[in-house]
Design a protein around this ligand. Sequence first.
Ligand SMILES: [Zn+2]
Length: 284
Amino acid sequence: MNQWQLGDVKITRVVESEAPWPGGWLLPNATAENVQKENWLHPIFADESGKLRMSIHAYVIESHGKRIVVDTCIGNDKKRANPAWNELHGPFLGDLAKAGYAPESIDHVICTHLHVDHVGWNTIIRDGKWVATFTNARYLVERTEWDYWSRYEKDNMRDPVEDSVRPIVQGGLVDMIDPDHRVTDEVWLEPTPGHTPGHMSVRISSRGREAVISGDLMHHPIQCAHPEWESSFDYDMNAARRTRRDFLERYADRDVLVFGTHFATPSCGKIVTSGGSFRFVAAK
Ligand SMILES: [Zn+2]
């Protein structure tokens, strides 16, 4: 668990899994050879063999007495095409509770987008039915995102919507929001479309301290050096590239702590300009 205090806002990271992944599956340009060329990534964000260190985690933000979970990982018991993510039985909910956040104490759940690794803990199985994990929370879902995925029919990208989002919509637990929705006066959303149609980042500001949770507009810090590198799962690659570059330009060389949704421990740092492109400097 990592924890940060930014002004009056507390941010806590709860990890579901963390491991080195061969980069090419997610970022086709991130071959071992290309990763090894970026020696600034080593050892925090890449290993010796040129694998990318990746993490799947949630953040809990505390602001004005509200407890806000951002992104709910893969979840337990879900049938998934990816064998590494299929029918997991991990300790995430216990870890969340140990960090002080019992599921019933959560006020808001934000999914930056509706992909498999961002919605999983929205629901748990009870008597063969998917029910809300966070029973007292309002789940905030961006309306364009729901519109797109709720009608999506092509392949197993739809499964997480059916078992992890539709049950909470049907249960009346969802507020459909615009992508610039404000949760508290310290926490608001910022539209960053491209990876998915209604993708959002989360902005945090308190007493002069600034932070942003990127979501999957970048999957790995190597995309700071190569904003043109697409992810295999970008819905609109050109829009995603534009959003990524805009984001890097907007936050580079500023005192803004950038939290990556899949960045390895410590999972946050600063974007800096470097030779016509960018680098990511991990927080100490
Ligand atoms: Zn993701």
